[in-house]
Write a protein that binds this ligand. Structure first.
Ligand code: SF4
Length: 740
């Protein structure tokens, strides 16, 4: 029975699913120790709104598949990691789901007779190769093996992947453990896979990796460009602010290869060919300059390198850009005029900009377009990379990246400061990134031991056949997670961790809003809170840590992070606070940055011109289609949480390849038919979805589904600056399997 609201226990927290960070309240039935429902809560950035994930996606925490006991591998002869047939999608339970059109009655049954969730790790197959252990035994083994590898291979033999799912405090402690405990900067997280190139360009251009204004500031803009983003699916509540702003008169320019639903709310949709963003934005700047719509005063006072930029974009007249991008030259001229005449304008961008080998160049162009038109530093103007995971901003702020200590203090420049603060000597060199660490494992003298906190690179990283080789080749892997993920299948030790609902901590959303997530229930079985596990390991390897609450960790962070100055757990309130914030007791914080100067050494915006370069792997006769990967509204990343949420998995149960009707017809494919999709790196089998939202010649596959793992296909070529992979472009072929 559902109890009346007044008999339920209300816990104010934050949604764990995306960078929007909607405020919500969980209503908990304490007698059943279960959440009854969730409701949006008022906060400036969410105004009581929730999307389907926030409203219904919390039951994963009560899944019977939660890890509740530490596990140690017993069978070293068993091949580590998922079997190749398993992730090709042709195992029994996947056929039950995929072939049955997502029929929930399909699927293999476990020893207990219960149907196993489709597309998830087969616990019955994997668990016999592990044995249960006490925490004491498991942690002793982890500490001993990592210390042995450190002693024989040196600091560079150790690496850690943290996670943007973790709180700020957990991210801070994790990077401190790897740096202070193992003497290496080989620590990174999934920011490398989402906005690393945006951050590289922003640092270089404006001296800060965070957004310069909030998404709700859209209401003050005359014009916005939304580019490389499908906000309706990926930042749904932010998207509602965009749509509302348009009703009040803000013009929306949507620049994206896909005609996602936001294109229906846009005044202009520039459907660029994938991988042509630099040519498009250079042409916009060419036209803005030709029309004399630049802000000369702003350029003179606040911008450097304008002349070189102007010379570069002079080579991109709209006619040339039209040939490269496929966007009509007149439409480019019209959009340039609208942008140039706007009194205030913002650019919001997603991973369609960042996940390219030219991701940093793409973002450089956006920074330049805003800067030459004076659209930074005032309400309704600015630069906003829409951050993907709920705490990717906070985890990056907290130093979970190999080239920066907390608050983006460079490892070369700030080493002495952190050596003094942490009382130990630190690695003088930058560490390896996520993508470099995977490559390093396969090289002599590379990484041999890894600590994986909440990441699942076997599904999230590009070219996962290479990831398989790397994870299999490690001498020792410890995985700390709440479920048996695909990556946990490679582990030597698995540590049962806590879900978001089972701990206290702070999280920083895409707007720079720092909010508190509050504990709703206890972790199941012997599972422990993540920061306590990190501290346990720290002590076992000789670090003198004695934190008793995340708020103490937060205080230490703030003392080392000027951007977070003045913030404390007890002054974040129910709505959180934006940073920077001079007076959190009385102010929500700073919405618009750079009103007087940029964060660069000379206070100027540094323009870096870019030439258009094609993607690394272009389509050809053998692989004639372009693959774009991304997310669906109902699922989140590698699906370990959302695929165990009944409502979300029911709405969106199967993997599909989205194809333009003509591409499908050319191959004789009908909607729902099963196909094999192949790239030079691997192949998957899944269903076809005929979609008018795709451009002819381009396909889209979400990366959430293990049984049709999109990253078996993707290329591991990376952007030279941000080291981000080209998830948005590789060449594929699609062929019918002759079954539906
Ligand atoms: Fe959660 Fe993002 Fe949806 Fe808000 S928009 S409810 S933060 S998933």
């Amino acid at each position: 029975p559902i109890r009346p609201r007044e008999q339920l226990n209300a816990v104010d927290s934050v949604c764990p699913y995306c960078g929007v960070g909607c405020a919500l309240t969980y209503y908990v039935d304490r007698e059943r120790d279960a959440i009854a429902f969730a409701e949006g809560r008022d906060q400036p950035g969410s105004k009581s709104r929730l999307c389907v994930k926030g409203r219904y996606g919390w039951d994963y925490a009560a899944s019977p598949q939660r890890l509740t006991v530490p596990l140690i591998r017993v069978d070293s002869s068993y091949p580590k990691g998922p079997l190749s047939a398993d992730v090709r999608g042709d195992n029994d339970h996947d056929r039950g789901r995929g072939g049955g059109g997502g029929n929930r009655s399909g699927g293999k049954r476990g020893r207990d007779g219960r149907r196993k969730p489709g597309g998830l790790v087969d616990y019955d197959e994997v668990l016999p190769h592990f044995r249960e252990a006490t925490w004491e035994e498991a942690m002793d083994l982890v500490a001993r093996r990592l210390k042995e590898i450190h002693a024989t291979g040196g600091p560079g033999a150790i690496a850690g992947f943290g996670s943007a799912k973790c709180s700020n405090e957990e991210a801070y402690l994790f990077q401190k453990l790897i740096r202070a405990g193992f003497g290496t900067n080989n620590v990174d997280h999934c920011t490398r896979l989402c906005h690393a190139s945006s951050v590289a360009a922003l640092f270089e251009g404006v001296g800060s990796g965070a957004v310069s204004t909030t998404y709700s500031d859209v209401v003050n803009a005359d014009v916005v460009i939304i580019t490389g983003s499908n906000p309706t699916a990926n930042h749904p509540v932010a998207s509602s602010f965009f749509k509302q702003a348009r009703r009040r008169g803000t013009k929306i320019v949507y620049v994206d290869p896909r005609a996602s639903t936001v294109s229906e709310h846009a005044d202009y949709h520039c459907q660029v060919k994938p991988g042509t963003d630099v040519a498009f934005y250079n042409a916009l700047m060419h036209e803005v300059i030709r029309l004399g719509k630049i802000d000369r005063e702003f350029i003179a006072a606040r911008v450097s390198n304008y002349d070189e930029l102007a010379r570069t974009v002079a080579d991109y007249p709209p006619e040339r850009a039209a040939q490269i991008t496929g966007v009509d030259a007149d439409l480019i001229r019209e959009v340039a005029r609208v942008w140039g005449e706007a009194g205030s304008a913002v650019i919001y961008w997603g991973m369609g900009i960042s996940q390219h080998t030219t991701g940093t160049d793409n973002a450089r162009c956006l920074i330049a377009l805003c800067s030459i038109t004076g659209n930074v530093g005032r309400p309704g103007t600015g630069l906003h990379p829409l951050r993907g995971q709920n705490n990717v901003q906070g985890a990056s702020d907290a130093g979970l990246i190999p080239m920066f200590y907390p608050d983006y203090q460079g490892v070369e420049k700030a080493r002495e400061r952190f050596e003094k603060a942490w009382g130990t000597s630190l690695d003088p060199n930058r560490g390896l990134t996520v993508t470099e660490i995977i490559g390093s494992v396969l090289k002599p003298g590379g990484v041999r031991g890894m600590y994986m906190l909440g990441e699942n690179p076997f599904l999230s990283d590009p070219n996962i056949n290479k990831v398989r080789k790397a994870l299999s080749a490690l001498d020792f892997l410890v995985v700390q997670d709440i479920f048996l993920t695909e990556t946990a299948e490679f582990a030597d030790v698995i540590l049962p961790a806590s879900s978001y609902l089972e701990k206290n901590g702070s999280y920083t959303n895409t707007d720079r809003r720092v909010q508190l997530g509050r504990k709703v229930m206890d972790p199941p079985g012997q599972a422990r809170v993540d920061w306590e596990i990190i501290q346990d390991l720290a002590r076992r390897i000789g670090l003198d840590w004695s934190y008793t609450h995340p708020s103490e960790v937060f205080d230490e962070m703030v003392a080392l992070m000027p951007s977070y100055a003045n913030l404390r757990h007890d002054n974040l309130g129910l709505s959180g606070k934006l940073y920077p914030n001079a007076d959190p007791e009385h102010s929500d914080g700073t919405v618009v940055l750079f009103d007087e100067r940029f964060n660069t050494d000379d206070g100027l915006a540094h323009l870096v011109p870019a030439q258009w370069l094609p993607a690394k792997e272009l389509p050809d006769a053998e692989y004639p289609l372009v693959l774009n990967t991304g997310r669906l509204l109902e699922h989140w990343h590698t699906g370990s949480m959302t695929r165990r949420s009944f409502a979300l998995d029911t709405i969106s149960p199967i993997a599909e390849v989205y194809m333009h009707p003509k591409d499908a017809a050319d191959r004789g494919l009908a909607h729902g038919e099963r196909v094999r999709v192949r790239s030079r790196r691997g192949e998957i089998e899944l269903q076809v979805r005929i979609s008018h939202r795709e451009q002819q010649g381009n396909c889209f596959i979400p990366f959430h589904f293990r049984e049709a793992a999109a990253n078996l296909l993707t290329i591991d070529a990376i952007d030279p600056y941000g080291k981000i992979p080209e998830f948005k472009f590789c060449a594929i072929q699609v062929e019918a399997l002759g079954v539906t």
